[in-house]
Write a protein that binds this ligand. Structure first.
Ligand SMILES: NC(=O)c1ccc[n+]([C@@H]2O[C@H](COP(=O)([O-])OP(=O)(O)OC[C@H]3O[C@@H](n4cnc5c(N)ncnc54)[C@H](OP(=O)(O)O)[C@@H]3O)[C@@H](O)[C@H]2O)c1
Length: 239
C-alpha cells in the first residue's frame, strides 16, 4: 500500500537557505513554501521540484497589515484538503547592519517585526495546524550566545525568539514540539570575508546547509525532544 508523504512547511522557502532546504527535502516530503512576494513566473527551480513532490506556494509578508487573517485563510484552505504539518521551519529574517547611534524607532521596529513578531505570529497560526507530535522549528543565530556587535537589534530579536522556544514548548505540549537552531555562518552575506568568519570558530570552517538539514531532520524525527535549542556554530561561541 502506498503511504502518503508527510507535509512540511518552510516559511521563507524561496531563497538562500530556505530554498536549498526545500530542494533537499522535496523527494521525501510534500512542501508548502512561503515568500513575502507573489510567486508568479518563478518556474526555473520550482518545476523540477514539482516533478518529484507536491508543492504549494503562499505569500506571507511580515509587513502585510492583513498577515494574520491571510495566514489563517491559507491554512484553513489547506486543512480543508486534509493537510496538516509534521514539520514547520520558520526561516525568514532580515540581517540589518548599522552602528550604534544610527538606529531610529522605525528601523528598530522593522527589525523586531521581521525577526521576532513575524515568527511569533507564524507560530501562533501554525500551532493548531500541526499534526500530533509535529515539530515547530525556528532558525536562530549563534548571536544568542555572543551578539553581532554591528547587528545588535538583530541579535536581540533572535535572543527574544530563543526565549520563546521553552515557553512555546510548554504551551503547546504534549501535542506539538518546539525546537530552535542557533546557527553560525552558513551562507555569508555579500561583502563579508568567509575566510575570516571561518577562522572565528573552533572547527575553522563555515557551516554547510547539510549541517543544518541534519539537525532539522533529527528534531523532526525525535518524538522525545522539545523545548531545546541546538547550537550548530562550529564552536564560534567559544572563540
Ligand atoms: N545565512 C546564514 O549563514 C545564517 C547564519 C545564522 C543564522 N541564520 C538564520 O537562518 C535563517 C535563514 O537565513 P538566510 O541567510 O538563508 O536568509 P535571510 O536572507 O536572512 O532571510 C530569509 C528570507 O526571509 C524572507 N523575508 C525578507 N523580508 C521578508 C518579509 N517582509 N516578510 C516575510 N519574509 C521576508 C526573504 O524571502 P522572500 O524575499 O522570498 O520573502 C529571505 O529570503 C534566518 O533566520 C537567519 O537569521 C542564517
Amino acid at each position: 500500500m502506498e503511504t502518503r508523504k508527510p507535509w512540511w512547511i518552510l516559511v521563507g522557502g524561496r531563497q538562500r537557505l530556505g530554498r536549498i532546504l526545500a530542494e533537499r527535502w522535496a523527494p521525501e516530503r510534500n512542501l508548502v513554501l512561503t515568500s513575502s512576494r507573489p510567486w508568479d513566473g518563478e518556474t526555473a527551480w520550482l518545476e523540477p521540484l514539482a516533478r518529484v513532490t507536491e508543492v504549494r506556494t503562499l505569500c506571507w509578508n511580515a509587513e502585510d497589515p492583513a498577515l494574520v487573517s491571510r495566514m489563517g485563510a491559507d491554512l484553513e484552505g489547506l486543512a480543508a484538503e486534509g493537510i496538516t504539518f509534521e514539520n514547520a521551519l520558520i526561516s525568514s529574517s532580515t540581517f540589518p547592519m548599522a552602528p550604534l547611534g544610527s538606529w531610529t524607532p522605525e528601523s528598530l521596529e522593522a527589525t523586531w517585526r521581521m525577526n521576532l513578531s513575524f515568527p511569533f505570529l507564524v507560530a501562533q497560526a501554525m500551532a493548531p495546524r500541526m499534526a500530533n507530535g509535529g515539530c515547530l522549528q525556528f532558525l536562530l543565530d549563534t548571536a544568542i550566545h555572543r551578539p553581532w556587535l554591528k547587528r545588535l537589534p538583530y541579535s536581540a530579536a533572535k535572543t527574544g525568539l530563543a526565549a520563546l522556544i521553552p515557553g512555546l514548548a510548554q504551551v503547546l505540549a504534549p501535542r506539538v514540539r518546539v525546537v530552535g537552531h542557533a546557527i553560525g555562518v552558513v551562507m555569508p552575506d555579500e561583502g563579508s570575508d568567509p575566510t575570516f568568519l571561518a577562522s572565528r570558530s573552533l572547527l575553522k570552517r563555515l557551516g554547510e546547509p547539510g549541517d543544518l538539514d541534519r539537525a532539522i531532520r533529527y528534531a523532526a524525527e525525535s518524538p522525545y525532544v522539545t523545548g531545546e535549542i541546538m547550537t550548530l556554530d562550529g564552536g564560534r561561541r567559544w572563540v
